[in-house]
Ligand binder design. Sequence first.
Ligand code: GLV
Ligand code: MN
Ligand code: MN
Length: 347
Amino acid sequence: MFVRRPGRHATAPPVLTGSHIDSQPFGGAYDGAYGVLAGFEVLEALDDAGVETERPVELAIWTNEEGSRFQPTTMGSAVFVGELGLPEAMAAIDAQGRVLRDELEALVAAVPDAIHRDLAFPMHAFLEAHIEQGPILEAEGKSIGLVRAIQGLRWFTLVVRGRAGHAGTTPPSARQDALVGAVNAIDALNQLAAAEGDRVRLTVGRLEVHPNSPNTIPGEVLFTVDLRHPGEDALEKLGGLIGETVRKAAAPCDVEVHETLRSPPTLLDDSLRGLVRSITEGLGLSYLEMDSGATHDAKNLALHTPTGMVFVPCRDGVSHVQEEYASVEWMLAGTRVLAGAVTELAA
Ligand code: GLV
Ligand code: MN
Ligand code: MN
C-alpha cells in the first residue's frame, strides 16, 4: 500500500519511506508498525510546516513482511522488486488453508478508491525506520543506529517420515517414531550451529506432529529451520549441511528437505547512510553504525533503489514478543532523523 504526498514534479521518481504492519503470532506492537507510523508522521510534519518538496514523498506498507502466516518472509517487497514471482506469492496458503490471493482481494475490495500501482515503479530512494530488535543501542546509550548491512537468511522446511502405530503395542524394535527422529535432528542441527561459533543463528520455530495424538506413535513431523549469518560463505556451507545432518540424525526415518527462501547478506547504500549520519549529527543525536540481525523489506528494496535504514533502541533488545517496547523519546528521535533525511532527499 502506498500513500502519496505530491511534490512539485509529479513525474519525478518519489522518495519512499515505510515498513510493515503485519506481526508475529504473539508479537509486539513496534516491529514494523513503528516505521509506518514514523512515515505518516513525516508526511504530516511536511503538511504542518507547509513544505513543498520537488519530488513526491510516499509511505509504503509492505505486505507480509513477517512470513509467520504466509511463507516466505518479506514477501510483498520481494514481489515488488521481482525477486519472487507474483503468481507464486499469490498461491501461498496459511495454516487454515486460506489462500493469500483471496485474502488480498478482500482487502483491495474494502478500499475501492485505491489506485493500482505498477510493481517496481522507479523511485529516488527508500529509507526505513525500525526498532533495532536487539540490545546494542540501549546498552551503548545511543539514540540512532545507522544500518550498514542486513545479514543473510535461509529458510528450510523439513519433513521427517516414520511409521505411525499403536503406542501400547508396538515394541521398540518395530518403531519408526518421526518425532524422535525430528528431536534428534534438531539437537544435531543445534550442535552444528554451535560448532561454527556465535555469529550463527539457527532456529527451529515450527513443529507439526502427525497425527498429534497421545497414544499414536508420530508418523510424520514437519519442522522449519531459520538460518542466519552475516557471511555468504558460512550460509552456503551451513545450509548445505542441513539435509545431511537431519538425515543422519533422524534415521531410520525418511527425510525431505525443501529450501523455501534464500536471501543473501545485503549491503545498504553508503551515500544514503552518510546523509542520515549528517542529519543525525545536525540534530545533536548520538549514533552507532551497525548491522541488522533481523531481516527487513529494505534488503529487497536495496536491489531496486538506494536504500537505508534508521534504527532506534528497544528495551532489553526483545522483539517478536509482546514485551517489545520502545520509548516515545527513542521513537521521536528516529522520526526526526527520518523526517530530515526524507525532506533532504525530496527537496
Ligand atoms: C523479521 O521479522 C525477521 O524474521 O527478521
Ligand atoms: Mn520488522
Ligand atoms: Mn519481525
